[in-house]
Unconditional design. Structure first.
Length: 179
């Protein structure tokens, strides 16, 4: 098994050359739970409703039947997406990474131009929740921060324009989703 530093260097290299579907262990677990819920609970319930609605005869004005069929298509589409996402996911545990540079899984404290401090965790696309400080590792802010060290100033280019931020802390810890 690669050392934590080697793992982080690999993650940084891959991020720069070939974006992968990186995800934290907890994020992976949440997607698995959603997949299982859709397959074992929600889809069978909707199938039962559609079967019941179809047994009522004329389907042309049967709202339960039409809504059920639409919902089944939505579920099947999401299940297909989740299947591909889970199959292609590369699970990276941030707590096992030892690095002084920003990369996937880092929890980074930055100092904004207005002197306010903000903390962000770089997570997978399916896990991102900017309102709680979890940002997609492919977002403009995360891309600007990748490879930065404490004390570095980086320019963030986003649709809102450019701004300079200073990296004041980098940690690799288990990312929680309690919020």
């Amino acid at each position: 098994m690669a050392s934590p530093l080697a793992q982080q260097e690999l993650v940084n290299h891959i991020m720069a050359t070939d974006p992968k579907n990186f995800i934290t262990p907890l994020g992976f677990q949440k997607l698995q739970q959603e997949y299982k819920h859709l397959k074992s609970k929600e889809r069978p319930e909707v199938v039962d409703v559609v079967a019941w609605a179809a047994s009522n005869g004329d389907r042309s004005e049967n709202a339960d039947y039409h809504y059920g069929k639409k919902r089944l298509r939505e579920i099947d589409k999401r299940v297909g997406y989740l299947t591909a996402t889970l199959e292609n996911a590369e699970v990276v545990d941030p707590s096992k990474i030892k690095s002084d540079r920003v990369g996937f899984g880092a929890t980074v404290t930055i100092l904004e131009e207005d002197e306010s401090q903000k903390v962000y965790a770089l997570v997978g696309a399916e896990e991102s929740d900017p309102d709680t400080g979890k940002i997609n590792w492919l977002s403009p802010l995360a891309r600007a921060l990748v490879k930065a060290q404490v004390g570095d100033f980086v320019t963030v280019r986003s649709p809102k324009g450019e701004r300079d931020v200073e990296v004041i802390d980098i940690k690799y810890v288990t990312i929680s989703y309690d919020s």
